[in-house]
Design a protein around this ligand. Structure first.
Ligand code: NAD
Length: 498
């Protein structure tokens, strides 16, 4: 059986005590095993990181950027292999897996410009003979704990910024699809990065706790489900670390009566069912405004959903593949049961779906549930599967209120031809990322990504200038070079600039 190992400088000496099995979700077979690390293994990684980080921080930013440029080229050259490996462990179709790699790569491209964005501010003559300047310095060692659903993009969001700004980085990827993160770390060394600058340790809660408690790790970026994000945030902050912890989501798509419904149905098909709904920026809730809009939308959605092609992840004609594990398939189907018991109308039922020839795969058919109400548990919680819920809103005010009142506040979209309604919505809605006729509004790499409420704990977003801020600390220098001609004497008042 294929073994997935940690990626530490100098290799790994001890055999793992505990192992986790990695599925091929399309076939329902176990394809590999990953050893789960412990605090002793982390200690080894931290010792290496401490050794290599000072020299990296002292390497001028242009040279650091050159490594990023070479890394970008290597990832592009390896795109197909990375996407196929990712697809085989995650279950998303290969083209979508390429998108996963590509969106991470865009952060590496941003990191190629690190000399420009890392420049500080300078004020000459802030006072008599006094200049003030600021600089951003790396924190030392950073760590990232990532979810299964974007095994390439999310690690690159984190280490791209952390390393370009001069830190060493330890990545703890999801144990469910850990192979691509290891491959990304190997390619980084091939690109010329010093060994030990980017290390990968595998594990579960035991490793996460060891990371959160380790006194030499200055900052931790986490992405995953909300309860664990909140736990990581609290424990990390208590240990004196800088923490950002992104959580779950339940994104709403508001459909105004004037929207182009054919376009909306196209957008919803991809945003609700792409990657089997296993995206934190998926659109699992659609909110048509007014009964007439709801009826017209439903009529168009039903045939579009029936036309979706569910297939194995390397089938080029499949729109989406299996979900990640058998437990997750059972969980998603359980939520459909709950929605039915709560009074939702199961319009298209994806339960019990079996793909011919791949009956053991973890497939869930596309599901549409109408007449979902805000008090229902299946509405309040994240389902994270190919399930679209319709919540009918009476008017625009209710459509603003629904996502605003929801416990999650990651993304939201509005579909309309009315600029005023869109502008008003974007201004008022209590959600972190807004799409206007854009179903999946993941900001580009030179902006930043982050949700609100239970979708994000901590003050800074991922990547872009927010990422740069998270992985560095600001130093402010006030300097005076007296020429020796003046005797200012002692002063016992707080210095002012006159
Ligand atoms: P998860 O919370 O199960 O796992 C995330 C990480 O936490 C993994 O590395 C895992 O090993 C670790 N972990 C698991 N159990 C733990 C525990 N008890 N204590 C400490 N660490 C633990 O999430 P997942 O299922 O891998 O990913 C899906 C979730 O991530 C969804 O909720 C999705 O919305 C969310 N997500 C959010 C964003 C965002 O940016 N807001 C992006 C992607 C995914």
């Amino acid at each position: 059986m294929r073994q997935v190992d940690h990626f530490l400088a100098g290799g790994v000496t001890a055999a793992p005590v505990r192992k986790h099995q990695i599925w091929n979700p399309s076939t329902g077979e176990i394809q590999a095993e990953v050893g789960l690390g412990d605090a002793a293994l982390l200690e080894k990684a931290v010792a290496t990181a401490k050794e290599v980080q000072p020299a990296w921080a002292a390497t001028n930013p242009q040279k650091r950027a050159r490594v990023m440029f070479r890394y970008k080229e290597l990832i592009e050259a390896n795109m197909q292999d990375l996407a196929e490996l990712l697809s085989s462990e995650h279950g998303k179709v290969v083209d979508d897996a390429k998108g996963d790699v590509q969106r991470g790569l865009e952060v590496i491209e941003f990191a190629c410009g690190i000399p420009q964005v890392l420049k500080g501010d300078y004020t000459q003559g802030a006072g008599p003979g006094i200049d003030v300047y600021s600089m951003r310095q790396p924190l030392g060692i950073g760590a990232g704990i990532t979810p299964f659903n974007f095994p390439a993009m999310i690690p690159m969001w984190m280490f791209g910024m952390a390393i370009a700004t001069g830190n060493a980085f330890i990545l703890k990827p999801s144990e469910r699809d850990p192979s691509v993160p290891v491959r990304l770390a190997e390619l980084f060394v091939e690109a010329g990065a010093p060994e030990g600058l980017l290390q990968v340790v595998h594990g579960d809660k035991e490793m996460v706790d060891a990371i959160l408690d380790h006194e030499d790790i200055a900052a931790v970026s986490f992405v995953g489900s909300s309860d664990i994000a909140h736990y990581v945030y609290k424990r990390g902050v208590a240990a004196g670390k800088r923490i950002q912890a992104m959580g779950g989501a339940k994104n709403h798509g508001i459909v105004m009566p004037d929207a182009d419904l054919d376009q909306v149905v196209n957008d919803l098909s991809g945003a609700a069912f792409g990657s089997a709904g296993e995206r934190c920026m998926a659109l699992p809730v659609v909110v048509p405004v007014g009964e007439d809009t709801a009826e017209r939308l439903r009529e168009k959605l039903i045939p579009a959903i029936h036309a979706l092609n569910v297939g194995v992840s390397n089938d080029p004609d499949a729109h989406y593949g299996p979900v990640v594990t058998p437990e997750h398939k059972a969980r998603v189907e359980g939520w459909i049961d709950t929605a039915e018991k709560e009074g939702g109308e199961i319009v298209v039922d994806g339960r019990g779906f079996a793909l011919q020839g791949h009956e053991k795969g973890f497939f869930v058919g596309p599901t549409l549930i109408d007449h979902v109400k805000p008090h229902m548990e299946s509405y309040k919680e994240e389902i994270f599967g190919p399930v679209l819920q319709i919540v009918r809103a009476a008017d625009f005010e209710e459509a603003v209120r629904l996502p605003s009142d929801h416990q999650y506040g990651n993304g939201v979209a509005i579909f309309t031809r009315n600029g005023h309604a869109a502008r008003e919505f974007a201004n008022r809605v209590n959600v972190g990322m807004v799409g206007i006729n854009v179903p999946i509004p993941v900001p580009v790499a030179y902006h930043s990504f982050g949700g609100w409420k239970r979708s994000g704990f901590g003050d800074t977003d991922q990547y872009g200038m927010e990422g740069l801020k998270f992985w560095t600390k600001a130093k402010k220098v006030t300097q005076r070079w007296p020429d020796g001609s003046a005797d200012d004497g002692n002063s016992f008042i707080i210095p002012t600039m006159g």
